[in-house]
Write a new protein. Structure first.
Length: 418
């Protein structure tokens, strides 16, 4: 049984996608102000809605920060959850989620004194808790904590070079970088489950989007002056590059190399993963394979194939949708598409594509100001909102300067933060 099928077999789900205490709108309410209604937003109405979404998402994260400075909890009201053993796997989700929330609050395009304070508290949490261990031979979700921990710490250090915590930030980056070889798959990439030998380092197939996530974190730490262990980047880049198909999409993982036409590997199935994979390759000198790769990657996600991605949103079983798309690809993909939009495309194309990108992000907005695309204990509200803030905050220069002031921001609801 391959990794995706075994993972699906280990999962369960019911019809209750939200934990106790969080708003649970009826299906008939999903079009009121978010979800499908986002598709109709244009011009000034879309601009106002994006400004409001940024403000409410920012304030939701502030209101739902844990007392220890982290974000998210293991609480769930569902009868079955994704395989995540106690304590290591849940700690990994907690740290990775917190890292994304620190990035989102620190990089929010509409910051406040409260968001700056919450981001700083979150950084303190990361400095104290970043060193998450592998839970067991099969589960090492701490790959996500390593990748996003490195990215959050690296980007904070680059943005705040005078922070008195910079020596501690660099020391944490050094520790995480030194730990990476133990989690680098024997094929050169990175993943989070080992269904094979369950060895150290892991023996099963890499996943291209996980490899890309880790590489981007490494690149941010290296910009801060902390180098990855010898050979680690070269092997990971080679493996990621080998996963690209002639069409420009990416295999989900090396284990599918004999099935390149399987749906998840085609442009429709790869749309959420392609922007981040291209971005990671270019960060280490691998240029896109054709001149329009950047714009094609963004267009495939936000326009051409967005409907297929949205069909998968909030489905509780991974890869059950068309082209084996999983709901947890969605906001992940829009974040990396926003990075590509902001850093790789000319301003004219940024202005062309951003409205579609914004509508795609707003599809996952909730009435309380949070965002989510896939149920995962209680973490999905926090990392979903973080991805969304990071994406919307990369609007083209001047795009958010609306002539009209958006409606007053309602007080955000809480969703189980401790």
């Amino acid at each position: 049984m391959n990794a995706a099928l075994l993972l699906a077999a280990l999962l369960g789900g019911d019809a209750t996608p939200l934990p106790a205490g969080a708003p649970a709108p009826a299906i008939s309410e999903l079009g009121k102000g978010y979800g499908p209604a986002a598709a109709a937003l244009k011009g000034e109405a879309l601009r106002r809605e994006v400004v409001l979404a940024i403000d409410r998402g920012r304030d939701w994260l502030i209101a739902n920060q844990n007392q220890d400075g982290g974000f998210g909890t293991h609480h769930t009201a569902r009868g079955w959850e994704i395989l995540a053993s106690v304590p290591g796997s849940l700690e990994a989700f907690h740290v990775a989620t917190s890292a994304l929330c620190v990035m989102a609050l620190d990089q929010c395009v509409r910051p406040t004194a409260e968001s700056a304070a919450a981001a700083s508290r979150g950084l303190d949490y990361l400095l104290a808790n970043h060193d998450v261990k592998r839970q067991n031979g099969m589960e090492f979700y701490n790959t996500w904590a390593l990748g996003y921990g490195l990215q959050a710490l690296g980007e904070w250090g680059l943005a705040h070079p005078d922070d008195a915590r910079l020596p501690a930030i660099k020391a944490a980056c050094r520790k995480l970088l030194d730990r990476l070889p133990s989690y680098q798959i024997l094929d050169g990439g990175f993943s989070y489950l080992d269904f094979d030998l369950q060895s150290i380092p892991p023996s099963d197939s890499e996943m291209t989007f996980t490899t890309a996530t880790v590489l981007i974190g490494v690149e941010r730490a290296e910009r801060l002056g902390e180098k990855a262990p010898e050979g680690l980047v070269k092997k990971a880049v080679e493996r990621l590059a080998a996963g690209q198909t002639p069409e420009g999409s990416f295999l989900y993982g090396r284990y599918l190399w004999q099935n390149p036409r399987r749906g998840i590997n085609e442009p429709k199935g790869s749309a959420c993963r392609t922007p981040g994979n291209l971005y990671a390759l270019e960060a280490f000198g691998r240029k896109p394979n054709h001149k329009v790769a950047w714009s094609e990657a963004v267009d495939n996600l936000v326009n051409r194939y967005v409907g297929f991605q949205q069909i998968a949103v909030r489905r509780p079983v991974p890869h059950e949708s068309w082209y084996s798309i999983s709901g947890y690809f969605y906001l992940y993909g829009f974040y990396y598409a926003a990075l590509v939009l902001d850093e790789k495309l000319p301003i004219e194309q940024q202005r062309d594509y951003f409205p579609s990108l914004a509508r795609g992000v707003l599809y996952c907005r909730q009435p309380d100001g949070s965002f989510w695309d896939y149920p995962l204990y209680n973490y999905h509200y926090h990392y979903g909102t973080a991805y969304s803030l990071l994406a919307l905050s990369r609007a083209p220069d001047g795009w958010l300067d609306a002539p009209a002031t958006p409606a007053a921001v309602a007080a955000p609801a809480t969703a189980g933060g401790s």
